[in-house]
Write a protein that binds this ligand. Structure first.
Ligand SMILES: NC(=O)c1ccc[n+]([C@@H]2O[C@H](COP(=O)([O-])OP(=O)(O)OC[C@H]3O[C@@H](n4cnc5c(N)ncnc54)[C@H](O)[C@@H]3O)[C@@H](O)[C@H]2O)c1
Length: 323
């Protein structure tokens, strides 16, 4: 069964619902007529104001690491989407203790409370770009060895294992989505991560794009609409598989990305090539056959179309805020 409504879901909890991915998910769940509780840190400016004023929308402010806050958030919910991360891949190695204390311990407390509150299911967003480490074969399947090179990847994997443990011990259902590189509307373009957003921002501002290496590094980029589709599909899924790669299944080099940005924006991308970084693996592309077969999900937004949508949105007043 792949339908949330058929699963008699009444209220969904979205942890990290004011963020880039979470806010799109909240919009989609509301569009489907579901009640949605969005949990995020106090005073975080929501990246979408669309859901404010919707009678089915509820904002629940708190700290993910507080068990009391999480218990309050879970009360009366059937499904929880776990999209909080307190760290980023690049910076997580600087303070692994914080990474473990906030992400792993926070998630274990969440699972403890989820069992107590009789939650039906958790959908967890993991990371296809970090849990595998250096790919031994491409495209990368879910069965590929996991040897993360960042604390972020290790804590994502640890949370995956605790989800499995709670299914075995307590029957709490779960689905894990190992995401490739999401991009699209509402993503910050002035942040340091996300090549699509950073490059697009630089090209639109007329700044030179700095590229580590010769631009041949290949990554798998997936538009936010396809990510949300996968999240909602995963929530209604009740089959035997629990871990799915979610990407486009196609690779694009940084040079191809810049060519596509030039086509989408009609502007020239000034490029400066810098020495390559040893930790950038040459190619990372996810195999998405399992998601296609078991979830019946497949990406629908092509790369050029996705870039055009993102670029057009940045030209609107909502997009101006993200500059
Ligand atoms: N964006 C990517 O490139 C990417 C790739 C793979 C996986 N993911 C995962 O997807 C999830 C969502 O990512 P995103 O890009 O939407 O990130 P985001 O930073 O836009 O959203 C995360 C939200 O979590 C909230 N949050 C952080 N710490 C919190 C705390 N202690 N208490 C309450 N709320 C807290 C933030 O305020 C934010 O609104 C994360 O788990 C991330 O690791 C993201």
């Amino acid at each position: 069964m792949n339908d949330l409504n058929e699963n008699a879901v009444k209220r969904c909890l979205v942890l990290g619902g004011s963020g880039f991915i979470g806010s799109h998910l909240v919009d989609e769940l509301l569009k489907r007529g579901l009640q949605v509780r969005c949990f995020d840190r106090p005073h975080v400016k929501p990246v979408s104001a669309l859901h404010l004023g919707n009678a089915n929308f509820e904002l629940c402010e708190g700290d993910f690491v507080s068990e009391a806050d999480i218990a309050r958030a879970l009360d009366g919910c059937d499904i929880c989407f776990h999209l909080v991360s307190t760290t980023l891949p690049q910076s997580s190695n600087a303070d692994p203790v914080f990474d473990v204390e906030s992400n792993v311990m926070g998630s274990v407390r969440l699972l403890h409370q989820a069992v107590k509150h009789g939650l039906k299911k958790i959908v967890f967003v993991s990371s296809g770009g970090t849990v595998y480490g250096i790919p031994k074969e491409v495209p990368i399947r879910e069965t590929h060895p996991t040897d993360p090179l960042s604390s972020y990847g290790i804590t994502k994997l640890a949370i995956e294992k605790y989800l499995h443990l709670h299914k075995v011990l307590h029957g709490l259902d779960y689905t894990i989505l190992r995401l490739a590189n999401p991009y699209g509307e509402r993503q910050r373009i002035n942040a340091s991560q996300g090549a699509v957003a950073v490059f697009l921002g630089k090209v639109l501002r007329g700044e030179t794009v700095e590229i580590w290496g010769d631009g041949s590094v290949v990554r798998d980029y997936i538009h936010i609409a396809d990510v949300v589709d996968a999240l909602v599909t995963a929530a209604g899924f009740s089959g035997n598989e629990h871990i799915f790669n979610i990407g486009s299944g196609r690779g694009h080099s940084l040079n191809e990305l810049l060519d596509a940005i030039e086509a989408a924006t009609g502007r020239k991308a000034e490029r400066r090539y810098l020495p390559g970084r040893p930790f950038d693996v040459p190619t990372s592309v996810l195999c998405i056959e399992r998601a296609r077969q078991a979830l019946g999900w497949s990406p629908k937004v092509g790369f050029e179309e996705g870039l055009r949508r993102f670029s057009d949105w940045l030209g609107t007043s909502a997009g101006e805020d993200r500059h």
